[in-house]
Design a protein around this ligand. Sequence first.
Ligand SMILES: Cc1cc2nc3c(=O)[nH]c(=O)nc-3n(C[C@H](O)[C@H](O)[C@H](O)COP(=O)(O)O)c2cc1C
Length: 213
Amino acid sequence: MAHITAIYGSPRRQGNTTRLLKQAVAGARDGGATVHEIVLRDLKISPCLEIYGCTRDGNCVIQDDFQLVREKLLASQGIMLASPIFFYTVSAHTKIFMDRCQSMWVKKYWIDGLSFGQWVPTRKGLFISAGATHGKKLFDGALLTIRYFFDVIDTSLWKALLYRGLDFEKDVLDKPAYLQEAYQAGQAMARALTDEHDEKDLPGDTTFRAKKG
Ligand SMILES: Cc1cc2nc3c(=O)[nH]c(=O)nc-3n(C[C@H](O)[C@H](O)[C@H](O)COP(=O)(O)O)c2cc1C
């Protein structure tokens, strides 16, 4: 069974990105995945203090709720991350969490010595975002941040659902097509992860593969 970690990065409990991610989670569960939900605003996560205690073994030395999120991430094949656009990038809750993953960057590139760009994605990532305005570049900053963040956790950006013109808390409720799209993305992710998992379980016998379709 596919395991997905869904991370809510908005300070609002019932805001636009939260409602969209809840739909994606429902879709993923209906698609057969196990989903663990994490609401960043409910956790105590310090910003990265740049002390590089992680250079010892790749583990962050600050003992707080980040450790739990890291554990869940590493045990997942799928990551769903939702954040509103705040000043053309992700929310502070989301960014603080991402910065703590610098410990995983240290492990990957300094301790294990991987070359940049030479990694194989082992996870699929879904990014959901919303902003109030309509500008062409509204999501450019966040997408750059997300790509580099996903790189650190060996995750490919499988899909991004980006919605303009959502401002007040319930705005997305007037957009059933967006909510439906999020549900379908969750379901598709669960199915893609399950198919991948089944493929890995198969022996190298092509007739067996063909039979499975
Ligand atoms: C601190 C802050 C900064 C924001 N910056 C932007 C911005 O740069 N561009 C934009 O279009 N909307 C901006 N917004 C509006 C939010 O992106 C928008 O209300 C979004 O729908 C909130 O999503 P949420 O309900 O999931 O939190 C900002 C809102 C706040 C509170």
